[in-house]
Design a protein around this ligand. Structure first.
Ligand SMILES: Cc1cc2nc3c(=O)[nH]c(=O)nc-3n(C[C@H](O)[C@H](O)[C@H](O)COP(=O)(O)OP(=O)(O)OC[C@H]3O[C@@H](n4cnc5c(N)ncnc54)[C@H](O)[C@@H]3O)c2cc1C
Length: 369
């Protein structure tokens, strides 16, 4: 669909995850937008562990989500950015020039060189993991007991009771959660016969005597392309941005989602999360529009409220937190928490759909920021 734009500028958005898709939809109608992404879908990464446990799909076709927009979509892998020529290179040979670029290529599991077929898996290879799990039972070890590792262990243990599930971490489980919350996680995992192995650092798959490993020890931003283009990054390779999400080294490039190194007064350093990628996507669009209009972009403001996790399909934990993400005493557990978590996850897709249909209204709805 062709739209009358407020500006002739061309904005290219890289990545159609939570941040990039949101940015593209919010920019549409204001400027000409091209969205470059690897495949034709928006993937709900926060449901990858559900995919391992048999959920049929965690993707939504972009053709449907972008149907009413004027966004031009290019399906290709971004291979490079020539910042001086303001041009994006892709693996199909297509090159796309831009006036402003939004870099939102997200993140991936870190600490493991490559998936070893049949033995080592990550959240990204959850569909292959599922095939292995229904093949023949054995011992599965999840490495890393942050929220992603715990959700994965809980989901697998609940769905595949014939598998012996172990959860191994160098520290203690759920370090970002309160003592009461941790107690609940422990008791849920014990009820599903998950062996919790704390204080046992794993350097690599060779350390483990197990049939299957799910590596969930840490995430790393997909910023190798930004680094190669000369953008300034911090010590964890996230792109350094100012308070409006503009690269500190390349003012025509903006960054949102897991790829950005962001701090706010209330929250401190923003962690990689869907919960932060959505507001960052909205903000980055706002900043680009103001920049193109010659106005001063707003400062990104953010305060945490809660961390939500699923424990299988019928239990969960809602951990209320301070503005800086520090855990409070207040928690919700059990079936109610599972319902809240499910609604939170559904709201992420609702937010994107709202952006597509009513971009001006989406930000006014409680919970959709
Ligand atoms: C199993 C799991 C559970 C999680 N649970 C939660 C949760 O409960 N709550 C929460 O807040 N967060 C959760 N997270 C984290 C959350 O998923 C991420 O922080 C979030 O997806 C980041 O959004 P993003 O838009 O920055 O990047 P992504 O969602 O990673 O999107 C990146 C986009 O860039 C595209 N892309 C990447 N490289 C290229 C390339 N070279 N060329 C073209 N396109 C490319 C990808 O295809 C994708 O479209 C979870 C993560 C996992 C893995």
């Amino acid at each position: 669909m062709k739209h009358q734009h407020e500006s002739d500028a061309h904005v290219v958005v890289l990545g159609a995850g939570y941040a990039g898709l949101r940015a593209a939809l919010q920019l549409d109608r204001h400027v000409r937008v091209t969205l470059i992404t690897m495949d034709g879908n928006f993937t709900e990464r926060v449901r990858q562990h559900e995919l391992a446990a048999g959920r049929p799909a965690v993707t939504h076709p972009l053709s449907k989500l972008l149907r009413t927009s004027g966004i031009e979509r290019i399906t290709a892998r971004v291979t490079g950015i020539d910042a001086s020529a303001r041009c994006v290179h892709t693996d199909t040979g297509v090159q796309v020039g831009y006036d402003r670029l939004v870099y939102a290529l997200g993140s991936r599991t870190a600490g493991i060189a490559d998936d070893v077929p049949g033995r080592v898996y990550t959240a990204e290879s959850a569909a292959e993991l599922r095939k292995r799990l229904i093949d023949a039972p054995g011992v599965l070890t999840v490495v890393g007991a942050g929220l992603t590792g715990i959700e994965m262990a809980a989901e697998v243990a609940e769905t595949y009771p014939d598998w012996e599930v172990r959860l191994r971490t160098g520290g203690h489980i759920a370090p970002s959660i309160s003592e009461g919350g941790r107690e609940h996680i422990r008791s849920f995992l014990h009820s599903r016969d998950v062996h919790i192995e704390e204080g046992q650092h794993v350097t690599g798959p060779e350390d483990l005597d197990t049939d299957v490993i799910v590596w969930a020890a840490s995430m790393t931003p997909n910023t190798q392309i930004a680094v190669a283009a000369g953008l300034s990054t911090d010590d964890s390779n996230q792109v350094l941005v100012d308070s409006s999400l503009r690269s500190v080294s390349h003012p025509e490039i903006y960054v949102a989602g897991d790829a950005a190194s962001v701090q706010t007064a209330k929250s401190g350093r923003i962690r990689m999360a869907c919960a932060t990628a959505l507001p960052l996507g909205r903000q980055v669009a706002n900043s680009v529009i103001k920049d193109l209009q010659g106005e001063e972009p707003d400062t990104f403001k953010f305060a945490y409220q809660a961390q939500c996790m699923s424990l299988g399909r019928h239990d969960g934990l809602v951990q209320f937190v301070g503005a800086d993400d520090s855990p409070a005493h207040r928690i919700v557990t059990g079936r109610l928490a599972a319902m809240i978590k499910e609604q939170v996850v559904r709201t992420t897709v609702r937010t994107v759909r709202m952006d597509a249909r009513y971009p001006r209204v989406a930000g006014l709805i409680p919970g959709v920021n």
